[in-house]
Design a protein around this ligand. Structure first.
Ligand code: ASP
Ligand code: MG
Length: 431
């Protein structure tokens, strides 16, 4: 017997036909195995694709200055519908199933409406119901604040709900069914020879998710890492002949220790670089002729931090004469107008000369735990890009990642060149 959490996204839940396919997958997972044992199964669902957007728009139309607590009442309803429908469909297939709404479990969150964080999930009633052979269907995205009101977790939050439920019931695996069949070495639309990874570590997935390989909500990966939840990303669009989820057809997201085991058992090859991500959603800001003295940089970044604008890459150029320097950094493109306004506002305090903004940049990152113990990863990257005449405008690194900022027009070329340079190209082109 194993405890399995299955999570289905909005595309899989869009309409009764698709919900029936989901119900079939769930029924299979919960069916008795050859040895007579059966899995205990909990399912976490998203709202139907497009539904949350529709509900958000209603709120905006009703009142542009809507109350976030009431917004949560509205948008949490999308998942209530799909969880009930899936339970009904499962019952129609002869399975014992019931829904557990966020407030019924409850999934306790902080009171920050529309962007609540999960504090804990009460797994007791859930565990008992599952042990009694009932399939639990749980709406993702929803929670309960301490004051008894409904909250939601922020867009894409159902992934995090699934991981939190898995942690609460001590699940053996949290299967995230989605419209891709796993995590790839890079975006297969850019590199035909990208290949699916059998496993990645939490750290790698965090880096890949946060630098633009959008498979899972980043927060769900962080939670899985803290709680040690084994996650599998796999496709929900499979036919009856498809390999069962237990044979691990997708990509496993695991601890570094489990990854070591996989390598030792010969299930994984040891790689220096696991994947390459690109992100076109950043913008570059250059402030010229900032005074080169203590406190100058603090003056720039304090107001941005206060406005919750996330600064990523930062470079302070070598000093010019007269004790001045240029400072370059990146912010999310969506925050660029706000960042510009804030900095203009503080022009006198910061003492810069010009503000140059450029959103035509991209960040390319190579990620891999292998680089912790190997030198030369950055050198390979810079060399490969130079050979193609791609100019690097900024560099940042972490223990398992090297990122460069380049011209947005060169994104695809850079990704292809690097995929080849690190030996990631599949032997056969993907079908
Ligand atoms: N339905 C919510 C959204 O669209 C949560 C989710 O699907 O993850 O953001
Ligand atoms: Mg999603």
């Amino acid at each position: 017997m194993a405890r399995i959490v299955m999570k289905f996204g909005g595309t899989s839940m869009a309409g009764t036909e698709r919900i029936r396919r989901v119900a079939n997958l769930v029924r299979k997972q919960a069916a008795p195995k050859e040895d007579g044992t059966r899995d205990e199964v909990a399912v976490v669902v998203s709202a139907m694709a497009g539904e949350t957007d529709r509900l958000v728009n209603f709120c905006r139309e009703a009142n542009a200055l809507y109350d976030p607590a009431e917004y949560d009442v509205v948008v949490a309803s999308g998942e209530q519908v799909t969880s009930g429908l899936l339970a009904i469909t499962l019952q129609g297939l002869g399975c014992k199933a019931r829904s557990w709404l966020g407030w019924q479990l409850p999934i306790r969150t902080v009171e920050a409406h529309a962007k609540a964080r999960i504090e804990g999930v009460d797994g007791a009633a859930l565990g008992a119901s599952m042990a009694a052979g009932e399939i639990a269907v749980i709406p993702g995205f929803q929670g309960l604040a301490e004051d008894g009101r409904v909250t939601t977790l922020g867009r894409g939050g159902s992934d995090t709900s699934a991981v939190a439920v898995a942690a609460a019931i001590g699940a053996d695996r949290c299967d995230i069914y989605t419209d891709v069949d796993g995590v790839y070495t890079t975006d297969p639309r850019i590199v035909a020879r990208a290949h699916k990874l059998r496993a990645v570590t939490y750290e790698e997935m965090l880096e890949l998710a946060s630098v633009g390989a959008k498979v899972l909500q980043t927060r769900s990966v962080g939670l899985a890492m803290r709680e040690g939840v084994r996650v599998q990303v796999l496709s929900s669009f499979v036919d009856d002949e498809a390999a069962p989820a237990d044979s691990l057809p997708g990509t496993l997201i695991v601890s570094e220790e489990e990854m070591e085991q996989l390598v030792e058992n010969g299930d994984m090859e040891r790689q220096l670089v696991t994947g390459i991500a690109h992100d076109k959603n950043e913008a570059k800001v250059i402030l010229t002729r900032v005074p080169d003295k203590p406190g100058a940089v603090a003056h720039i970044f304090a107001p941005l931090a206060a406005a919750s604008i996330n600064v990523d890459m930062i470079i302070q150029n070598v000093g010019r004469d007269k004790g001045e320097t240029d400072v370059t950094f990146t912010v999310p493109q969506a925050d660029l107008p706000r960042a510009q306004a804030l900095l203009e506002d503080k022009r006198a305090e910061i003492g810069f000369n010009r503000l140059i903004a450029d959103s035509k940049i991209a960040k390319i990152s190579v990620v891999g735990v292998g680089m912790k113990s190997h030198a030369g990863v950055a050198a390979t990257m810079f060399g490969a890009l130079a050979e193609r005449g791609i100019n690097i405008q900024a560099i940042s690194t972490s223990e398992i990642k090297v990122s460069v900022m380049i011209d947005e027009d060169e994104t695809e070329l850079a990704v292809r060149v690097l995929h080849t340079a690190y030996g990631l190209d599949a032997k056969e082109e993907a079908a």
